[in-house]
Design a protein around this ligand. Structure first.
Ligand code: SAH
Ligand code: DHB
Ligand code: MG
Length: 230
């Protein structure tokens, strides 16, 4: 019994350590400013679900944007504009973020938050079902960075579109690709079928170099990152 209590105490301690280290990383590398905090408050007030990326994930997206010299970014799934603010801020002058959002209420929150962040000049929110909007983007391609974070079931189709809209050297990032192991069919459930298929495809597509990276302190979920080979 006391062995078990010791083991539990050790586990809690390790959990606390991971949390503390992640907080330190976030504080040093990914501090939020008023615009980011306001976007979260507006989203909450409008009743949007709190399923945005973390500050560390936001900074990671900026890192990816810098790595591929992104001037044109496509986001699928805007929610309240939190990830969009991180992405748009990674753009150089004259750069552009197009974000696709099916819910008009969400889109309105996004536009307001972009405006308050001073990013209206370089951002555009398009309202509709992503699979209906993506074909219209072919004339605006190539995109340097694509961030996929909408409904999970069509992830393989979003990947197909991303591959049509990018250039060699572009980067494709997709959120929620680990899902507590369900992203690898472990166990498989309805919502994870699309993510499972997405992981299979990016892992084996000869055009891509890909990896899933955990982005939380207990390894339960994270990004899939794919670089398009030259
Ligand atoms: N990227 C956001 C979180 C996105 S949550 C952030 O980190 O801040 C997923 C969003 O995708 C929701 O706003 C939802 O309305 C939208 N969405 C769901 N299905 C969609 C579809 N088929 N086409 C476009 N947007 C969709
Ligand atoms: C959900 C969607 C997301 O994109 C996410 O990061 C977390 C949760 C959801 O639909 O529940
Ligand atoms: Mg997500």
């Amino acid at each position: 019994m006391s062995d078990m209590n010791d083991a539990l105490a050790t586990l809690r301690q390790e959990e606390g350590t991971r949390q503390r280290i992640q907080d330190q990383i976030a504080r040093i590398f990914a501090p939020e400013d008023d615009a980011l905090r306001n976007a979260l408050v507006s989203a909450k007030q409008a009743g949007l679900p709190e399923i945005q990326i973390s500050p560390i994930q936001g900074k990671f997206l900026q890192l990816m944007a810098a790595a591929c010299n992104a001037r044109k970014i496509l986001e699928i799934g805007a929610l309240g504009g939190y990830s969009g603010i991180w992405l748009a801020r990674a753009l150089p002058a004259g750069g552009r973020l197009i974000t696709l959002e099916i819910n008009p209420t969400h889109a309105e929150v996004v536009r307001n938050s972009f405006a308050r962040a001073g990013l209206s000049d370089r951002t555009e929110v398009r309202v509709g079902k992503a699979l209906d909007l993506l074909p219209q983007l072919e004339s605006e391609a190539p995109f340097d960075l694509v961030f996929i974070d909408a409904d999970k079931q069509p992830y393989p189709q979003y990947l197909e579109w991303a591959l049509r809209l990018i250039r060699p050297g572009s980067i494709i990032v997709a959120d929620n690709c680990i899902r507590g192991g369900r992203g690898f069919g472990d166990p498989m459930d309805e919502g994870s079928v699309g993510v499972f298929e997405y992981n299979q495809r990016i892992a084996s597509d000869p055009r891509l170099v890909s990896l899933d990276l955990a982005m939380d302190d207990n390894f339960t979920d994270g990004f899939a990152i794919s670089v398009v080979k030259g």
